[in-house]
Ligand binder design. Structure first.
Ligand code: MF3
Ligand code: CO
Ligand code: CO
Length: 260
């Protein structure tokens, strides 16, 4: 087994499954609570409460010095947006929330982009549906015996079919006991076929797609917020999956019940 793969033990998988389910529940609680007029700091603080109530803790807070409970990225922000009292969510905005929860020594990591408009414009719909579809095309390709490159190719093809720009600087990853584990899971091919997918591997697949160009810039003041260079809007969807002999198990499926 190469050190580019981490295959988790059954005991680890049991704990990862639970952490991922809790994370998905927190993600959905936040997604249904967000509304126009809130600041992104309000969202972050609410997320902190949901995470505490779950019995876990934020996997992002203090990670490489990250200052928030979750990442909240609005419109042209791609990922790693930090809750701010100055950014008020508008009625037509799209909001990406990326949530990580540590529970019992295991990690969950999942993201979704929601539209504040109940009937978003055609381009926004193409962005949201195209990015979510690219994620699920990637998940479909993630079968035991295939390779990481097969996931990347499937995501890339779907993104191109929707005419969306693929952010290349940030990639999916192994996950489970640490937030980021090998291997990297790019949203484009060209890095070779990559490691073989073995049952017991846990991967985060997370396309970050733009309505405009793929080019991004990182905020020079906060050192975190990633924005599109041309200001076009961007979406991010992320699921954590367990590789099996057949279809992958989506560990962060929505509305998954936890201990209750
Ligand atoms: N959740 C991100 C990912 O999907 C990582 C966020 S790290 C943070 O990999 F420090 F910005 F929180
Ligand atoms: Co994430
Ligand atoms: Co991730």
């Amino acid at each position: 087994m190469s050190r580019n793969q981490i295959v988790h033990t059954p005991d680890e998988i049991a704990r990862i499954r639970r952490a991922a389910a809790i994370t998905a529940q927190v993600r959905d609680q936040i997604a249904s609570a967000i509304h126009p007029g809130m600041t992104t700091l309000d969202v972050d603080m609410l997320a902190g409460e949901f995470i505490r109530a779950s019995g876990g803790k934020s996997a992002f807070l203090n990670y490489h010095g990250y200052p928030g409970n979750i990442c909240i990225s609005v419109n042209e922000e791609v990922v790693h947006g930090i809750g701010s009292p100055k950014r008020i969510i508008g009625e037509k905005d799209i909001v990406s929330i990326d949530v990580g929860v540590e529970f019992d020594g295991a990690m969950g990591d999942t993201a979704v982009t929601v539209s504040m408009a109940s009937e978003p414009d055609a381009d926004i719909r193409r962005l949201l549906e195209g990015t979510r579809n690219a994620l699920f095309k990637g998940i479909d390709a993630a079968r035991g015996g295939k390779r990481v490159g097969d996931i990347s190719r499937a995501v890339e093809r779907a993104a191109r079919d929707s005419h969306l720009g693929i952010v290349r600087e940030y990639v999916g990853h192994g996950c489970g006991i640490r937030l980021h584990e090998p291997p990297e899971v790019p949203n484009f091919s060209g890095w070779g076929s990559g490691p073989v997918l073995v049952p017991g591997m846990v991967l985060c697949i997370e396309p970050m797609l733009n309505l405009g160009s793929e080019k991004i810039v990182v905020d020079r003041k906060d050192g975190w917020t990633v924005r599109t260079r041309d200001g076009a809007w961007s979406a991010h969807f992320e699921h954590m999956i367990l590789i099996t002999e057949n279809e992958p198990e989506i560990l962060t499926w929505q509305k998954m019940m936890c201990s209750e």
